[in-house]
Write a protein that binds this ligand. Structure first.
Ligand code: SF4
Length: 386
């Protein structure tokens, strides 16, 4: 691999991947491995920050995700594919880095804020429901007979409880911000991420725009370490993933949590079902209604898998000379052909899942060697190599 610059990227193991990942990330990785020394991390510790209660599917999720990496062109000959938790040096560097970051810096993490806002909204919703029920019960018990007074009392109790709840949940001056919503691991995950990147002394990190704040923290930690103990880490630069987003079958962003994905190598039967039931322009009810292809996910799929005919399809849709059923049948046929080689390759690994682990063990070895090399320098620079 010689003098090539180093790239680190990775993903939490989430099971099988979808075509949004293929066009948004994996095809880019496959290109990058031609020019860089590439490390692809299966970030299982990161997965635990939110998925620590039930870990039963973690192993099969890792296998499924790595199979998708392999069938999408990530080559174990060109790239190092490894499991984060197999390289204990990441944990060591994480601990050392955690001394260099203030708590207030971590609390400014925008992902943390989004996560907390989501959880708070959910918590409020659940508590509102429970407390409404309690309010009803109390008022019913006190005022069995008097319907009118019961309603007034119930309303007052609800009003009082809601106010208390909202004040309590969103108060700025609570002693521990986000105290009972966020665990220590989640708060510190950008520091672990910095350790993941810097332990390979990566020069470049391919990321989406939304992840830029995390990389900024990694860069800050690298600078701080270098200025305290001496130059060890390059300051990693981002390469922005600039790919068109693939919409899900319901027109929203393709995501497992929306249940609107098309998997890489999706089997023909379920592919057909998904395409034929996918969302289209709601104003186009009959074939001769003029349509709006730009808002239709099926048209987006034509642009990706049937590019040569996309312009024509657009015109026909707008003019009302194309029906949605026919349009879906055509794109299904194109996508079905596209999926065939992915299905074939997936089958090979499905039948021998041990192959995936052989590849990972090989990658682990290379990753461990590189990571330990960095840790030897780090311990020496910090004078903790006694
Ligand atoms: S004709 Fe095709 S592009 Fe137009 S709305 Fe229907 S499915 Fe979408």
């Amino acid at each position: 691999m010689g003098e090539r610059k180093v790239i680190l990227s990775g993903n939490r193991p989430t099971g099988r991947l979808h075509i949004g990942h293929l066009f948004g990330v994996l095809q880019n990785w496959a290109k990058l491995q031609e020019d860089y020394e590439t490390y692809f991390e299966i970030a299982d510790w990161h997965a635990l920050t939110t998925k620590y209660r039930d870990t039963s599917s973690l192993k099969s999720d890792i296998e499924d995700m790595v199979i998708d990496w392999l069938i999408s062109g990530i080559s174990p000959e060109k790239s190092v594919i490894f499991v984060q938790s197999h390289i204990k040096q990441h944990a060591e560097l994480h601990v050392l880095f955690s001394m260099l970051v203030s708590l207030s810096r971590l609390l400014r993490n925008p992902t943390l804020k989004e996560y907390v806002a989501e959880r708070e909204a959910l918590k409020l919703k659940t508590e509102k429901k429970t407390l409404n029920r309690i309010a009803q019960n109390i008022s019913q018990k006190i005022l069995k007979e008097d319907e009118e007074r019961k309603e007034v009392l119930e309303g007052k109790i609800k009003e009082f409880i809601l106010k208390e709840l909202e004040d309590n949940l969103f108060s700025e001056d609570s002693e521990v911000p986000y105290g009972d919503i966020v665990n220590y691991g989640f708060l510190g995950y950008p520091v672990l991420q910095a350790a993941d990147i810097l332990i390979y002394r990566a020069h470049v990190v391919p990321i989406g725009k939304d992840q830029l704040p995390h990389l900024e923290l990694t860069r800050e930690i690298a600078r701080r370490f270098n200025s305290l103990y001496g130059e060890v880490f390059p300051i990693p630069e981002p390469i922005l993933n600039e790919f068109a987003k693939v919409p899900g079958t319901d027109g929203r962003k393709m995501s497992k949590s929306y249940n609107n994905t098309i998997l890489i190598g999706e089997d023909a039967e379920s592919l057909k079902k998904k395409i034929m039931s996918s969302y289209t322009d709601p104003q186009k009810i009959r074939k001769n209604d003029p349509g709006h292809p730009d808002t239709c996910p099926v048209f987006h799929y034509h642009m990706i898998f049937n590019r040569e005919n996309a312009e024509n399809i657009k015109t026909e849709c707008i003019k009302g000379v194309r029906g949605c059923v026919q349009c879906k049948k055509e794109i299904f046929s194109k996508m079905d052909t596209f999926m065939e080689p992915y299905r074939e390759k997936r089958k090979k690994y499905e039948e021998k899942r041990d192959l995936v682990w052989d590849i990972i063990r090989e990658g682990d070895k290379k990753a461990r060697e590189k990571a330990e090399g960095t840790m030897e320098i780090v311990r020496e620079k910090m004078k903790i190599n006694y």
